[in-house]
Design a protein around this ligand. Structure first.
Ligand code: ADP
Ligand code: ADP
Length: 223
């Protein structure tokens, strides 16, 4: 269980990006967070990821507070952010530096199999399409088998066809994972939220807070 308790973020310039936000997400749930630009979605995600400090409040997994980046949490950004001087497989295994080389490459291969890109393991990032590069970013986020996968506008930079493709693909990847991670997807695209999520949470700015949760058709087959 991921729980966010009374989370606030005030930036140094005084912007109150998140104000006293509470959210609990059941293991394996897929939650979409929607809301106008500037309502604090990215700030919230970066704090959960440990990339940004909260001003107050706490983020816990199974009751244990997280401080700083953590391998129980994987993150996918809008751009793939692959390292151009490493192959696809090396990029995916990059975060596993604590493991022996063999184990690292084996896990990277498994993650690439999961996203359907085994045939690109030895390719360079510049040789990939935008959609393929984003699938590599998903593999990199999943390689440490995180409990929680955070995605910040993951498909917004892609054309409409690739976007629809990857939305479908993300659910296949999620189903195919050894244990389905909790997913939190920030998006400004309501159709994307409906396509992906069990729960849709709406935020409002000044300060960033949850104002509503939209009902989603829970009968939609997922397994
Ligand atoms: P969203 O992802 O919903 O667009 P953000 O979390 O990016 O919202 O931003 C929330 C508010 O915080 C906005 O007013 C934004 O300008 C401000 N903000 C975001 N990052 C910073 C920062 N590093 N320093 C100051 N203000 C910031
Ligand atoms: P977005 O606009 O998609 O929210 P940003 O470029 O604003 O993304 O960056 C989001 C956060 O990720 C920032 O806190 C930034 O410091 C951090 N970040 C930027 N580049 C990287 C990277 N290569 N690896 C990890 N974190 C990064």
């Amino acid at each position: 269980m991921l729980s966010i308790e009374n989370l606030s973020k005030v930036y140094q310039n005084g912007t109150h990006a998140v104000g006293g936000l509470d959210l609990s997400v059941e293991p394996g749930a897929i939650v979409a967070i929607v809301g106008a630009s500037g309502c604090g979605k990215s700030s919230l995600l970066r704090i959960i990821a440990g990339l940004e400090l909260a001003s107050s409040g706490v983020v816990k997994i199974d009751g244990i507070p997280l401080d700083g980046p953590h391998d129980r949490i994987g993150v996918v950004f809008q751009e793939p952010r692959l390292l151009p001087w490493l192959t696809v497989k090396q990029n995916v295994g990059f975060g596993l530096a604590h493991l022996p080389r063999e184990e690292r490459l084996y896990r990277a291969e498994l993650a690439l199999l999961l996203v359907g890109l085994s045939n690109k393991a030895n390719a360079w990032p510049r040789e990939l399409s935008g959609g393929q590069a984003q699938r590599v970013a998903i593999a990199r986020a999943l390689v440490s088998r995180p409990d929680v996968l955070l995605l910040d506008e993951p498909f917004s930079a892609l054309d409409a066809f690739t976007r629809a493709d990857l939305q479908r693909h993300l659910l296949e990847i999620w189903r195919g994972s050894e244990s389905q991670p909790t997913m939190i997807v920030v998006t400004h695209d309501l159709d994307e939220a409906v396509a992906l999520a069990d729960r849709i949470i709406v935020m409002r700015p000044d300060p960033g807070r949850i104002i509503a949760e939209l009902p989603v058709n829970l009968a939609r087959p997922r397994h």
